[in-house]
Design a protein around this ligand. Structure first.
Ligand code: GTB
Length: 232
């Protein structure tokens, strides 16, 4: 089976691992599935070739023997369904782990993305200063609720699962904001995720892409060049 994902040719974060291909890389590393990476330059993200993979012209996408997927949650869920290691065998435990994928993406991540929007995208707008405390309060509320549920457990529901993978990935986006520093249990949860060897490999692979020399050959057109995940 050949798996190919897409990633930014150069991520705006310069390799901090915040672009969402890191989540997919992490899932593939957890299950031991080798993969190739198709680097998509900005100029090509909204071109027909990439829109055929993702109608919104975004990364990451996932291609596997004729199947093309987009949306990180769906991709990670698919990987977890096809390989052992990211979802429990017990049907109820599996349903709960899947619930955490949805909770991370639809309940925890939205206010975190609002923070990025308020601070960066709308940073020069007149409403920024009024809006920021409201957004921060919404995040704090979610993090307090999550902390209460996590308690002293290592992971959200028994063994590490795709739900934890997505939740840790979502929370990593908060690192620069200082929120996690005020919530030691949640910070330790995120640190446990980051310490996993599979995360480390995923992070290193995206870092290599995003820190390759500026004068390295330009990314070839997607159909022409598949770059090995380990090869960069
Ligand atoms: N819901 C989709 C999913 O989960 O797959 C969202 C995908 C998405 O937002 N993709 C972004 C993208 O392609 C990259 S990850 N953006 C280009 C576009 O929309 O035209 C989001 C992201 C980008 C950059 C940083 N960064 O530099 O810190 C962090 C996260």
């Amino acid at each position: 089976m050949t798996v190919t994902i897409t990633a930014f040719d150069r991520s705006p974060d310069g390799g901090k691992g915040l672009a969402r291909d890191t989540r997919v890389r992490w899932a593939l590393e957890e299950v031991g599935q080798p993969y190739e990476v198709r680097l998509v330059p900005w100029a090509e993200m909204k071109q027909p070739e990439h829109l055929a993979r993702n109608p919104f012209g975004q990364i990451p996408t996932y291609e596997e023997d004729g199947l093309t997927l987009f949306e990180t949650g769906s991709i990670v869920f698919h990987i977890a369904e096809r390989h052992p290691g990211l979802l429990p065998a017990d049907a109820d435990a599996r349903a709960r782990a899947i619930t955490w994928i949805f909770a991370a993406l639809s309940t925890v991540e939205p206010p975190i993305l609002e923070l990025v929007t308020t601070k960066i995208v709308e940073g020069d707008k007149p409403w920024r200063d009024d809006r920021l405390p409201l957004v921060e309060a919404r995040i704090r509320n979610r993090l307090d609720q999550l902390t209460a549920r996590l308690g002293d457990a290592e992971w959200l529901d028994g063994a590490f699962s795709a739900g934890d993978l997505i939740m840790v990935s979502v929370l990593l986006r908060l690192k620069p904001s200082g929120f996690l520093a005020t919530l030691p249990k949640l910070a330790a949860y995120v640190a446990r995720g980051e310490a996993r060897p599979a995360y480390q490999r995923a992070f290193a692979a995206q870092l290599a892409v995003n820190t390759r020399p500026a004068d390295s050959p330009p990314c070839p057109r997607p159909t022409a060049g598949l770059v090995s995940a380990q090869g960069l």
